[in-house]
Design a protein around this ligand. Sequence first.
Ligand code: DGY
Length: 325
Amino acid sequence: MTAPYRVFVTRALPGNGFAQLLEDPAFDLDVWPEDFPPPRDELLARVAGVDGLVCLITDTIDGQVLDAAGSQLRVVSQMAVGVDNVDVAACAERGIPVGNTPGVLTDTTADMAWALILASARRVVEAAEYVKDGEWKTWTPTQIAGIDVHGATLGIIGFGAIGQAIARRAQGFGMRVLCWNRSPRPKEAAAVGAEQSEFDLVLSQSDFVCVSIALTDDTRDLIDARAFELMKPGAILVNTARGPIVDEDALAAALRDGQIGGAGLDVTAVEPLSMDSPLLTMDNVVVLPHIGSASMATRGKMADMAVANLRAGLAGQPLPNSVGS
Ligand code: DGY
């Protein structure tokens, strides 16, 4: 009998695929048992000699980790669509495919972008806290009044699958939708009733600006002080992509100075967001703990995809979903 594949999994996963993997005698799994990611020294020690690595966005997988694993490592399988925590080039240099989980989280993440649009526009979190804090004494004409979503202009920065799904939902709200993508996507825009536009115009004409673009060296700090100057006073920024795409100091300044009206953030530059962040002192900011894809069904599908990528990589087959190849 051949020796089982040795695999380090940086957190227990949901889904049937992982449950089956645990029972499968062809696999010798080492599963990090805690909610917090393995500390760096643990990660380096536990990957030594593994054939496969399953990781999450909270794990930094770089050349040092790959070298610590050794030349027998056949696959890095990430349970996420974004892989900015993985040095994909270092994996490619070593001939190691990197799996990811696109598609299954598109609609769930677009739903969350919409939750943030509505929560920010209609001050939902603030209003719920107002009730819980015993502040609800009467009804007044302008009590916790927000801004309308229906009929407004929605700008989408990054028009991949999630950006398009956000746009599709806007039709039900009778919105004008503007979008910008690094490589223009006029057909995709037309298909969901959106208009392909220039970056600056999307910012200056939109009441809501949704960030839905991958984090790369080119998109880091894409939404900076200049972008906030372009935005309409009162406009709301929503980010469900990656925190470092938005310059958080510039965002805090724009909110403080009333340059924009609010923000709904599912992601922050450093996660978790520091409790000292000025953003947490602002009533017009909703911050969520990176839960865009967090429905039980979707997380189960993502885990199943990560397991399928792992199995394929170990078997020397092309991964069903991979990046950089
Ligand atoms: C991803 O998949 O990249 C999300 O950020 C986590 O679901």
